[in-house]
Structures are given as C-alpha cells and as structure tokens.
Design a protein around this ligand. Sequence first.
Ligand code: DGL
Length: 271
Amino acid sequence: MKKIGIFDSGYGGLTVFQSIRQQLPQYDYIYLGDNARAPYGTRSFDIVYEYTLQAVRKLFDMGAELIILACNTASAKALRNIQQKDLPLISNQKRVLGIIRPSAEIIGQYSKSGHVGILGTQGTVDSNSYPIEIGKIWPAVSVHQQACPMWVPIVENNEYNNDGADYFVKKYIDQLLSQSAQIDTIMLACTHFPMLLKKIRRYVPAQVQVLCQGDIVASSLANYLTRHADMEHNLSKNGTVQFFTTENAAKFCDTAKIFFSGELYVEKIVL
Ligand code: DGL
C-alpha cells in the first residue's frame, strides 16, 4: 500500500484532511497528529524542523509515498529543509508538500485592491513565509500579517462557539484591518482557524473575503496528481484512513470530533 500521509502538529490538519478526503476519496490515507508536542506555533525554527522531520520519517516508515504537511507552522519552518536536505537522502521517489504555496498561488486571484491579510500562528507570521511566497507569484500584492496566539487554545478547548471567544477574535481582526483599509481578502493561514469562521465573519466587513485552506489544498493536490502521473499511478486506492497520534488515543478521538466528521479509529505511536 502506498498511501498519502497527512501531518499536523495536532488536530488542525483535520480541517484540511476533511476537504482532501471529500475531493479525493479513492486514495489510502494516514493522518498523524503530534498532539503530545503541540502546539508548534510558539516553538523555535529548529524544534519545529526536528519534530516535523521525525514525523515525516515515521509516515514514510508506515507506508506513505506522498506527505502533505497540513500545518502552516511546519510548512513555514520545516518544509524547505526537508525537501532540499533530507528527502534526497531518504528517497528519490517519495515527496513532501506543504500548504503555504497553494494558498499563496490562489490569493492574488481573489484580491482586487492588491492588499491581502494573513492570520496565522506567531511562528508562521515570524517566518515571513507568506509575504515571501506571495511576493514570488504576485509581486504587486501587499501582504499584511497578524499573529493570533489565542485562537488555537480557544479552539482546542472547545470554546470557539462561546461568547468569551469573541473578545480575541475581534481583537486580532481589528489589529489586522488597522494595518490597511484596503485589505479585501483574508487567508486563515492556520488550520485551526476555520473552526472560528462564523465569529471571524462577524467582525470582518461584508465586502472582505475570508479564505479557508481546506478546499484550496485539496484542489491543489488533485492538480498535482494529474500533473505527476507516476506518483498518481503508484498510490494505492482502497479508500482507507488510519489516524495516529503521539498523545492518548481516546483523548485524540474525543477532541478530533470537533474538527472531523466521520469514524475515527486512532492508535498512539511514538516518534
Ligand atoms: N496547525 C498549526 C498551523 O496551521 C497550528 C497549531 C499549532 O500551533 O500547533 O499553523
């Protein structure tokens, strides 16, 4: 079995996986959440790289042929090193892809004003990966960024629908929009943030578009597989899904229900 591996620091990648599974149900998937060491958003460059590489190696050992880093923080801090330094030593057939590039490719198509907003973890914002990637594809677009460090804990503590969440949702939206009155497109550049979409929309003017990454990444993966026939041909197609976590399996199962609708059979692993 040659599977598609989906990696995230924890639960957030499930929002991306949900869209991938909907668009591409035929493939075999393994999802790995490094919940025992999450969140990654506040961790240093070196540590995110070290942890992500361990996860990538594990997913390859478990039969992944293609891995999607469904985590902005891991994509920002580890992907380039893994693609350039590690992957050539591991295999010349296996591939690792991130979620920043497909998000950067699409964002310029949505913005008419040429001013876009990025909401992410502190790590993603500090890495400057979005301004760099968007700048390569859409050099005329101005990128405004805002870190939202309280949003991941709000979501993971199941508080995202409660009144207390409004304070921090409004706070970061206001901080982003105060950077430019011309922002007309906002990317939720953290896989947890779609859970807050209803509240985010409440504090964003109606004419500003808010983009979630799930469908963007799923379409980009579908496109990648049509362009890479060898990889597509190699992948097994039995429609299976396995979930793995570095935390307690029952705990993962419980919280994962917030992010993912469908049966969850989860195993704990050590990286
Ligand atoms: N999933 C991560 C991301 O998309 C955020 C969660 C974390 O900080 O670990 O950036």
